[in-house]
Design a protein around this ligand. Structure first.
Ligand code: C5P
Length: 412
């Protein structure tokens, strides 16, 4: 099984006639970086703005432009091409193309492919602001959206015609980001996954608390990746300043005790639990009701052990597949292995933390350990790392399911 960062996808990129066609070059490059195969189809008008050769070089495939191109039709006919695509993306989509699409026309190759495909169609409109607000364009869009065509943008801002307003094509980076979760691996399809993320705050008095450097970025990236892989995700989060990943149910908590309660409230029907939170190990024995005054030279704090959420989930009679994280400053593998065993986990993800490592950074590396196995995931963005991590978790989860389902051999 592969653990590639993004699901390989076959994207049919339709380019229609507009000045924004030049931005499609950047789009092809970014989509390929994500591991997608891109087949470009240009309308005749699009070829007036950028040459097919540009897209051929960037996509690594001959560009298709006409319905009547015999050689190309012999290699892959337009119906085969329509079937080949996992997703059709038209960017830029001109007002004329949207009108033809709404009309169900099949008067050029791109329009024909859109009529002939079963793949989802996404359009990124690009046009002058008055064309965008024109009633006919609005009606065409309403028809298309009503049929399930997905809209990307447009943006507003300065336009090639010198005007300012709505109608600019969404930037390629934003288009790629919007398409990230589409056509997911389905590796966790239909499973209920509970994930804890971020730090906890243990109050000392009404204005002070004990906490740690966790930003929640890794846990949130794991939640997004699990969602992308088709899971129903509940994200129990300590105090962080991060947006909730699309499609994820989020429960905000502050203390370790609240996180314990929120996790256990959701764990009943969970198939997987991923404890990515940096939960306090110790919490103040009591929280003063008034601000602690600096009356003495020395102040002693009495701390009690906080509940170990991860170990408590692993100890449940009907336990989900339980995954922990181990943030270590020394002897990473040794300490992580000890935790895997002590907390009775199915898998542990270890990373080295320190002043310039892991915490509150955009990238990370992980060492995954499970009973009888290990895998190293090299340094990369937390978003990509989370996808690889989820792929391994899904693989281990399925393995565990298979061994549970294995019939006990009959005694001889
Ligand atoms: O023992 P240690 O804190 O290093 O273990 C880290 C793992 O245990 C993480 O997955 C963390 O979410 C979890 N944990 C927990 N409750 C605690 C402390 C840690 O769930 N009180």
């Amino acid at each position: 099984m592969t653990t590639s960062a993004a699901a390989p996808r076959r994207i049919l990129l339709g380019i229609t006639g507009g000045i924004a066609a030049y931005k499609a070059a950047e789009l092809v490059r970014r989509l390929r970086e994500q591991g997608a195969q891109v087949q470009v189809v240009m309308t005749e008008a699009a070829t007036r703005f950028v040459t097919p050769l540009t897209f051929q070089a960037l996509s690594g495939r001959p560009v298709r432009t006409g319905l009547w191109d015999e050689a190309a039709e012999a290699a892959m006919g337009h119906i085969e091409l329509a079937r080949w695509a996992d997703l059709v993306l038209v960017a830029p989509a001109s007002a004329d193309f949207l009108a033809r699409l709404a009309g169900g026309r099949a008067d050029d190759l791109l329009a024909t492919l859109c009529v002939a495909t079963e793949a989802p169609i996404w359009v990124a409109p690009a046009m002058n602001r008055l064309m965008w607000s024109n009633v006919a364009t609005r009606a065409n869009l309403a028809t298309l959206v009503g049929r399930g065509v997905r809209l990307l943008g447009p943006d507003s801002g300065s336009q090639a015609c010198g005007e300012t307003g709505e109608g600019r094509m969404l930037e390629p980076a934003a288009i790629v980001e919007a398409l990230r979760g589409v056509g997911s691996t389905g590796a966790l399809a239909g499973l209920n996954v509970v994930i804890s993320a971020g730090p906890t705050r243990e109050p000392l008095d009404p204005v002070r608390f004990i906490s740690n450097r966790s930003s929640g970025k890794m846990g949130f990236a794991v939640a997004a990746a699990a969602r992308e892989a088709g899971a129903h995700v509940t994200l129990v989060s300590g105090p962080v300043s991060l947006p909730t990943p699309a499609g994820v149910r989020r429960v905000d908590v502050e203390t370790a005790a609240q996180m314990y309660a929120a996790v256990h409230a959701s764990i009943g029907d969970a198939d997987l639990y991923i404890g990515a939170a940096a939960v306090a190990d110790y919490t103040p024995a009591c929280c003063e009701s008034q601000k602690i005054k600096k009356t003495s030279d020395c102040l002693e704090l009495s701390l009690h052990r906080a509940p170990d959420i991860l170990a408590s989930v692993a100890a449940l009679e009907r336990r989900p597949f339980t995954v922990g994280f181990a943030a270590e400053t020394t002897e990473v593998e040794k300490h992580a292995l000890a935790k895997l065993v002590r907390k009775r986990l199915d898998l542990i993800a270890a990373n080295e933390v320190g002043t310039d490592r892991a915490f509150d950074r955009e990238d990370n590396a992980l060492l995954l350990l499970w009973p009888g196995g290990r895998r190293e995931l090299a340094l990369k963005s937390k978003a990509d790392l989370a996808r690889e991590f989820v792929a391994v978790v899904a693989e281990r989860y399925r393995d565990a399911q298979r061994s549970v389902a294995q019939p006990v051999p009959a005694a001889v």
